[in-house]
Design a protein around this ligand. Structure first.
Ligand code: PEP
Ligand code: MG
Length: 889
């Protein structure tokens, strides 16, 4: 292979091979822009070197050939004594890794050529300063000398001269400093600073290769999920100098404002300086616009180049440039990073300018950015004290007084206090408290723990699994690392986007994008309106493009109405167990524990009208759109009294010799029904088959509610969904009973109900026998939460807090499979089941209602495997709509 490309040979699409910087330098060169000549050594060369410990044999000759060509072009030789060519050796990987790898400038300077440079530049000070910088950079990055030693020597030189800044050192001082620096190199590295320019260059290239595997770089890649085997390219570029006097300088520029997206002149310029000086902040930069006064010719040329670049890249570009004695040079460009808001604005601006079309505009934004725009945020300027970090379970920024039980949460919030509900973990009993709280903080549990799922459903901020926090609910306090105790009533702040927990109140700013989706956005801040306008238009693009429909996971009219405002096209999952909490829990408890037929009948009779009323409201709020009602699917223990509490009660009563027959009976029943592994126990269809009348009561409630809505001239479109089915036989039995009940209701009311019956596919066996199951199901909804749990054998409530961190660190997965669908495993089962189901029943409707339904990457997968819809919590609906549009364009 070819290991070296001249800047004239590459182009922007060769980032894999030439790295981002190299590919874009080549692109600019070929656009005819003023790029200092140079060449790029490929990532392949780096990979070969890192794999074998040796540079590829052909590399040296190729570098020589390219160096010869460069020297011919520049009319001088590398390190030539009377007029040296100097080069920079810079790293440049495919993905930008700012400051993570090495760069050496001024290669080619030596004891001899420094004199030549001084003469050519007519500036002794400049030449010696350049040489001093070379030895410093080279010593540190190539020879591994402790950088502080150079800094200390520099400080000492300034102190000796009683000056404050580097620029006040004169040529003679710098010359002495060079001698000192060379001594440091000799002592520390055990060798002389190399005087041979080619040796300098070769060692620098190797050092850049090696820096790919530096600790800093490795850590950065892990955090940013950049693969470790890409390697870096090396750019060898002829030096230009911005520090040759007032007609020189260096700067950065953006073709648009990366914060707002506005077109204009954005950037900074520093006269008579090199790039590092800007970073070091020795002198203050001026706004780029001022360059017009300083050097009109270069300014005009730069403006023209910026326009060329935007029209060429069709996107915001950022640029580094240097002016050397009135001559403008481009040192780097790339498609620039931007804030989430600017991404939306820029995409629509580019459409308006006719530069990109709607499909391309959708590729310029993503769901993560939209989600970011939807959270209220903590004011980043605020001074805060972070005391812990858990799992970022449900985004947002919440501030309130810490309370440690639901009762207090409700009581305090009624009297107007904002509270954060702090628990070790939550259970359905905490629901009232969760609703009342601004946010939820737990010290146990992962992203699919009760707290996380319910909080996401409510769009409520949640941090879970913050294990450093010791939550003591009995004493109503929590101890944070370092021993500080947060008492009930102390104000804390939690950031559900980062998982961070703070003491005290961090100020919060609301999201204009949510105000817009909620229909509450009024003309206000100019900035916000523009953003909302852009979001509005991008959402319209997405809705036009997408094939996937988007439904909501919602269990009550309030959530359903919000979901509709957010663009939901129905409900994909109504979890009926959520309707049995609070006061009604006791009725369910009685039902489960019923000893006699009569007792059971009685509790079912009590539940029926309540259920029916729930459904009437739900169908009304989703009138004209499908509503998938899932029959009861709780892990049983959630509906039974706590076994420990009950035991204590019995023991107490016993010791006080009080009557406790009922408690004892209850305790025995709870013991009988106690499960070691409730998630795999008496749940879903199993419960429906074990407790006669339960599912038929629910089906009757659905049917009667639908009939009532019809009578009221509504358009109810209920779908009945059976959970946790493993075999078609289970479904057939439930179906038969359901059909009968529906027929009864139809006969009694005279309504034609057209209720469809389908199933969840959330067990491996269901997926594997999907062809059979489709015989009895009109639709499938993939329950990817349980499917992930059962396919991996990962307990969904436990693993994220226990070993997932280790798994993520070791790179076993880049992201939790409960968050983003595991395409190879769980996903392939979904694809196969969808295919088999449709073979049996070509018009089988297919959806997904696990948490993955609102996850950007997963939405693309569900689009690819041909599902009809995704269903997710109301707040994630805009994200799902956007990603479905992106997937289709
Ligand atoms: C699922 O398992 O993916 C699902 C949606 O059901 P639940 O989370 O209620 O078990
Ligand atoms: Mg499930």
């Amino acid at each position: 292979p070819k290991f070296v490309y001249d800047f004239t040979e590459g182009n922007k699409d060769l980032k894999d091979l030439l790295g981002g910087k190299g590919a874009n330098l080549a692109e600019m060169t070929n656009l005819g822009l003023p790029v200092p000549p140079g060449f790029t050594i490929t990532t392949e060369a780096c990979k070969t070197y890192l794999d074998s410990g040796e540079e590829p044999a052909a590399l040296r000759d190729e570098v020589s050939a390219h160096l010869d060509a460069l020297e011919a072009k520049m009319g001088k030789k590398l390190g030539q004594a009377d007029d040296p060519l100097l080069v920079s050796v810079r790293s440049g990987a495919k993905f930008s890794m700012p400051g993570m790898m090495d760069t050496v400038l001024n290669i080619g300077l030596s004891d001899k050529s420094v004199q030549g440079l001084a003469k050519q530049a007519g500036d002794d000070r400049f030449a010696w300063d350049s040489y001093r910088r070379l030895i410093q950079m080279f010593g540190k990055t190539v020879l591994g000398v402790d950088g502080d030693l150079f800094e200390e020597a520099l400080e000492a030189a300034k102190a000796a001269k009683k000056v404050a800044v580097d620029t006040e050192l004169e040529a003679a001082d710098l010359k002495k400093l060079v001698t000192k620096f060379k001594k440091i190199v000799k002592t520390e590295a055990g060798r002389d600073f190399p005087q041979d320019p080619r040796e300098q260059m070769d060692l620098a290239i190797k050092a850049v290769f090696d820096s790919w595997n530096g600790e800093r770089a490795k850590l950065y890649r892990r955090q940013e999920r950049i693969p470790h085997d890409l390697g870096t390219a090396v750019n060898v570029c002829s030096m230009v100098f911005g520090n040759l006097g007032p007609d020189s300088g260096t700067g950065v520029a953006f073709t648009r404002d990366p914060a707002s997206g506005h077109q204009g002149v954005y950037g900074d310029y520093l006269q008579n300086a090199q790039g590092e000086d800007v970073v070091a902040g020795i002198r203050n930069t001026v706004a780029l616009a001022e360059l017009e006064q300083i050097d009109k010719k270069s300014y005009d040329q730069l403006m023209q180049i910026m326009e060329t670049l935007e029209n060429h890249y069709l996107d915001l570009c950022d640029i580094e440039f240097t002016i050397e004695r009135g001559q403008l040079w481009m040192l780097q460009t790339r498609v620039g990073k931007r804030t989430a808001g600017a991404a939306f604005r820029i995409a629509t601006q580019l459409v308006d300018q006719g530069l990109i079309d709607e499909a391309e505009a959708l590729q310029r934004v993503n769901g993560a950015q939209l989600a970011q725009l939807m959270f209220p945020r903590f004011d980043e300027e605020a001074k805060v004290e972070k005391v812990g970090r858990g799992i970022a379970a449900s985004p947002g920024a919440a501030v309130g007084k810490a309370v440690f039980d639901s009762y207090t949460a409700v009581k305090w919030s009624r009297s107007g206090e904002k509270v954060i509900l702090v628990r070790r973990e939550t259970n359905p009993d905490d629901l009232d408290g969760m609703i009342a709280a601004e946010g939820i903080l737990t010290s146990r549990g992962g992203k699919t723990s009760h707290a996380a799922v319910v909080a996401r459903g409510m769009g409520k901020t949640c941090v879970c699994g913050a294990e450093e926090l010791e939550v003591d609910t009995k004493r109503r306090r929590m101890t944070v690392p370092g021993g500080h105790v947060v008492e009930e009533g102390d104000v804390i702040s939690i950031d559900g986007s980062s998982g961070k927990v703070y003491l005290g109140e961090v100020p919060v700013v609301p999201s204009p994008v949510v105000e817009y989706f909620e229909g509450r956005m009024h003309a206000g801040a100019e900035d916000a309106d523009e953003l909302v306008e852009a979001v509005h238009r991008i959402m319209a693009f997405a809705d036009r493009k997408r094939r996937l429909r988007v439904r909501a996971n919602a269990d009550n009219a309030e959530d359903a109405l919000r979901a509709r405002r957010f663009g939901a096209q129905g409900i994909g999952l109504c979890r009926t167990e959520h309707m049995f909490l609070g006061d009604r829990r006791e009725l369910v408890e009685r039902l489960i524990l019923a000893d006699t037929e009569d007792e059971r009948e009685e509790s079912l009779k009590a539940l029926l009208p309540l259920q029916k009323q729930d459904f009437v409201q739900l169908f009304e709020s989703m009138d004209g759109l499908p509503v998938t009602v899932r029959l009861l699917d709780p892990p049983l223990h959630e509906f039974l009294p706590d076994i420990t509490e009950l035991s204590v009660r019995v023991a107490l009563a016993e010791s006080r010799q009080e009557p406790h027959e009922n408690e004892l009976r209850l305790l025995q029943a709870v013991h009988r029904l106690h499960e070691q592994n409730p998630m795999l126990g008496l749940r879903g269809v199993r419960l429906g088959l074990a407790i006669p009348g339960l599912f038929t009561m629910q089906v009757r409630a659905i049917a009667e509610a639908a009939a009532e809505r019809k009578a009221a001239k509504g358009d109810p479109r209920a779908e009945i969904m059976i959970p946790l089915v493993g075999t078609v036989q289970e479904l057939e039995i439930v179906r038969e009973e359901a059909d009968q009940v529906i027929a009864e209701v139809e006969a009694a009311t005279g309504a034609k109900l057209k209720l469809s019956i389908g199933t969840m596919i959330e067990l491996p066996r269901a997926a594997l026998t999907a062809g059979q199951i489709a015989e009895a199901a009109e639709f499938f909804s993939f329950g990817t939460n349980d499917l992930t749990q059962t396919v991996w054998g990962f307990s969904r409530d436990d693993v994220e807090a226990s070993f997932f961190t280790a798994y993520l660190e070791k790179g076993i997965f880049g992201v939790s499979p409960f968050e983003t669908i595991d395409k190879d495993g769980v996903g392939s089962l979904v694809a196969a089941a969808a295919k088999a189901g449709r073979e049996t029943r070509p018009d089988l409707k297919l959806g997904v209602c696990g948490e993955h339904g609102g996850d950007p990457e997963s939405v693309h997968f569900f689009h690819e495997v041909g599902l009809d819809y995704v269903s997710c919590s109301p707040f994630r609906i805009p994200v799902a709509r956007l990603e479905a549009g992106r997937a289709a364009s």
